[in-house]
Design a protein around this ligand. Sequence first.
Ligand SMILES: *Cc1c(COP(=O)(O)O)cnc(C)c1O
Length: 355
Amino acid sequence: MDIAVTKNPNPGTLPPSDKLGFGSVFTDHMFVMDYSDSKKWHNARIVPYGPIALSPAASVFHYANEVFEGMKAYKWADGSIRLFRPYENARRLQASCERLSLPQIDENIFVEAVKAVVEIDKNWVPSDPGTSLYIRPFTFSTDPELALHGIHQAMFMIILSPSGSYFAEGLKPVKIMLETVDVRAVRGGTGYTKCGGNYAASNRAGDRAMEKGYSQVLWLDGVERKYIEEVGAMNVMFKINGKIVTPALTGSILPGITRKSCVEMLKSWGLDVEERLLSAEELFNAAENGKLEEAWGVGTAAVISPIGELSYKGKSYIVNDFKIGETEQKLYDALTGIQWGKAPDTFGWTELVCK
Ligand SMILES: *Cc1c(COP(=O)(O)O)cnc(C)c1O
């Protein structure tokens, strides 16, 4: 792919790691590519990071034709920069585009674009422990009309945000509340895609949980309101009576790459992993009977987020004395060990960007 590069005439500098936070600092450049019915994907370019102009009638603003990805680049001790399973993100973006009738991007072109823009901004990849460069690819429709005649114009962009350590003081358990009013997604809908609309539908429950002192909600399925699906914007796993249980991918759950990696890793350690329906009743019975040993969220941003307290029907259950569980810590160390190049990449999950 030919990528035209326009260098930023006023490059910035990477702030100190403790000032980074998450998702608010951006690098010097971004990747942009246009789509039209006649030209397909074209005009791939890397340009200075900055605002873009769109028609106020652009269909994304009215009909929410938008999908995105979230991934990270890591700087290893040898100075090289690596991605984690980028072809998984490429394929998931294709599946998301397919569901929302957005034009798909070839997976090799996706990975090439990610590598190109990360390499140009390689000085923005932080190297302190726990830090990374968060990568946000996204696709949206730009047809400048309100009539619904399908999607004929779109854009694909990649922006980069250096991020501090998610848990600056190590893993920290969080408090979670079961959500019984709102649902995030239903089977047949867009739950399995990474689309902005799923987030729009989730905000209200998240806000209400925050007001009550919880950091996330535990979602139930939208059809029977019976089975556990996800926690906030993360997949969820439990250790019940020595076995690892995670909700099966029924169509309304986002197929997380961290989830997939955890399942593969846990199985490689010889642990029992059950991907199946898990009802709230079964979960809270296990909690009541002392069989719920660990509970944690999994996703790219935090990697592993231990759950210390679950609230259900006005009752609270403390998990593992609000401490970090053995499986949680082991998974976190093993995954981040591979990502940061501190452990051998026995699964072949990392992908070199540049030395
Ligand atoms: C992105 C996301 C996840 C986690 O996926 P990863 O690939 O592990 O980052 C889980 N649930 C939702 C709703 C998400 O948007």
